[in-house]
Write a protein that binds this ligand. Sequence first.
Ligand code: SAM
Length: 223
Amino acid sequence: MSAPCRIYPDLPQGLFNSPNNAGPSLVTKKLRRDLSATALFLQEWMRRPGQIGAVAPSSRQLGKAMARWLPENRDDLVVELGPGTGSITAALLEHGLPHGNLLAIEMSQPLSELLRKRFPRIGVVTGDALELDSLVRSHSVAGRRVGAVISSLPLRQFSPEFTRALAGKIRAVLRPGGCWVQFSYHLGNRTQHGSEQFHLRSSNIVWLNLPPARVCVYQKIAA
Ligand SMILES: C[S@@+](CC[C@H](N)C(=O)[O-])C[C@H]1O[C@@H](n2cnc3c(N)ncnc32)[C@H](O)[C@@H]1O
């Protein structure tokens, strides 16, 4: 009888293959999780393309570029707007943000449920980013300062009035010196409606994303 075919004989046990066939390995589990998250994202995009604004979850590189701007003060609250499947969320946590300091506001109910399963220790609110101020008030300890607002919202798909009102609310919740970090697929554009109330601290393109994105950091100057 011929020996069983092994295509990758040198793969370490537990990577794709589990030791002693004890269920799916870590990589297999991660692949399954990523595939089902991407499928849900596409499903939501087909239902509400204007609110999803992207055809694929954000890349690891985009997550890293956003996470660079986490507040230095580890006690500050961070608010994430439009976290979707949680690619940016994962990068924020990998960058050392304590789970209890993150409040994620996502409008889609199915995506919020996915986020709660994926990150059981962060705060996930199903709601509208425009209610940012009251959501922060009701879901965080009174007087807690917001050090950064990290947004994946597809602002170019929204009306100028919406974006201007949102920028005003972001400014109202941020502590002085805090940053609003926003990505956009409009590579030539460094501003958003309402961003003139902030100082443009940084603006860089992340090419390794589908599609490439520009990350802009708007800093709140003294009140
Ligand atoms: C570009 S997608 C997010 C992609 C995300 N970074 C990822 O990797 O999955 C934009 C997200 O914003 C959410 N969204 C759109 N409008 C919103 C609103 N007004 N309030 C809160 N979330 C909103 C959408 O449901 C969607 O999940």
